[in-house]
Design a protein around this ligand. Sequence first.
Ligand code: ADE
Length: 256
Amino acid sequence: MLDELRRLGRVRCSIVSRVQEALLSWFREHGRDLPWRRTRDPYAILVSEVMLQQTQVPRVAPRYLAWLELWPTARALAVAPRDEVIREWQGLGYNRRAVNLHRAAQVIAVSGWPADLTELPGVGRYTADAVDRFAFDEPVLPVDTNVRRVLERTGGAFGPESAAALMDLGATICLARIPRCGVCPLAASCPSRDRRFEPLRKQGRFEGSFRQRRAETLRLVAAGHTTGLDADADAVASLERDGLVEVHAGLAQLPH
Ligand code: ADE
């Protein structure tokens, strides 16, 4: 009985590793050459992961390179004036990330990297795992929406060495609504092969949203327009709470 269980365990293990091998072999040929994959520097990888939290890869890539030219180390970013950091973030969206990244760099410059990266401002479970995996080579699998989708559909068990491959498969083949099973390296053993999926959740409209009002207000402040509280008081108050603007004598400006 025990022998039989051991044998089944080995069979399952070899199927798992065959699926993983198929994925890794596909990745060697089709994986994306992304700038943050050419480094192990934890600061550079943190910058990339924070930018990628809510912004697409093609928009992030040039901004990531420009950012590292300006501030190549956590120390350099830590001493940068906050207004420059916020200005440099413009266009990436969700500007609060800039303030958090700046604060994280200040923590790192003073105290070094914490063992638990979620102690850093703006760093949640996924971002911590991604930095641990790609910079510190920790055996964790960071699970973002793309990775989760591939895991759920294939039912596969993949190890940490598959992290980047799973991200690329999710981003280019195992698409949310209409996956490209015809060219998928895992299709042969995939229980979800040729299924179609309803989009789970559409991102709320940006046009006309409070997020848009905040972004526009911040753009005006960053461009040096004198922005009184009467401009869009709710947007100014919300930006102030997030440390993105300061209000002096009723006028909003970027923090220094
Ligand atoms: N490679 C490393 N981290 C990534 C991410 N968050 N998105 C896409 N590719 C990545």
